[in-house]
Write a protein that binds this ligand. Structure first.
Ligand SMILES: [Zn+2]
Length: 188
């Protein structure tokens, strides 16, 4: 497995929403989700060995969350707190000291970005993080929002596109343009 990044102590690897519901067999499966796991695990290993922070985000909704279709939202029921669907993919090798960030935990608000309502941006700055490296699911939804908000938060931002997958493959071109316009680097 080729490592894509030369990590350092001012880096944070952001693993976005690698949860059962977003992988094959899940409630909101993204095609190619499970296949990302070995490559992401290799990056986690390399990041940890270099003293970088490893952060894993998870969508973590209450029952009857506002984003669910029966509440008028755009998505089927997914990632309900403490369910199997909300668990991290079983093969994702998160170190014990990886930082877990739960998002969209309120009934009445959705959050796509890892920085949305989580305080993560301030925390990373306190830790001296200058660059975030992003991978995970889904490229055109939560990864997209996370990359763009990382730039707004002032971090150098690198997206590992090979370690991400989109809900709608037709949206990828527009995403790349948005990342480029925001000053994020995309490694394909
Ligand atoms: Zn969600």
């Amino acid at each position: 497995m080729t490592i894509q990044v030369d990590y350092g102590s001012h880096d944070a690897l952001l693993v976005v929403d690698m949860q059962n519901d977003f992988c094959e067999g899940g409630a909101l499966a993204v095609e190619g989700g499970s296949a990302l796991v070995p490559g992401i695990n290799a990056e986690i290993d390399a990041a940890q060995a270099a003293g970088a922070l490893v952060v894993a985000t998870r969508d973590w909704h209450p029952v009857d969350h506002v984003s669910f279709t029966h509440r008028g939202g755009p998505w089927p029921v997914h990632c309900v707190q403490d369910t199997e669907g909300a668990a991290f993919h079983p093969d994702l090798a998160l170190p014990d000291d990886a930082i877990r960030v739960s998002k969209a935990t309120a009934f009445d608000a959705d959050a796509y970005s890892a920085f949305g309502g989580t305080g993560l941006g301030g925390y990373l700055k306190e830790k001296g993080i200058k660059r975030v490296i992003v991978c995970g699911l889904a490229l055109d939804v939560c990864v997209r929002a996370t990359v763009l908000e990382a730039r707004r938060e002032g971090f150098d931002t690198l997206l590992l596109e090979r370690l991400s997958a989109a809900v709608d493959s037709d949206a990828v071109t527009e995403c790349r343009q948005a990342f480029s316009d925001a000053g994020a680097e995309v490694r394909s």
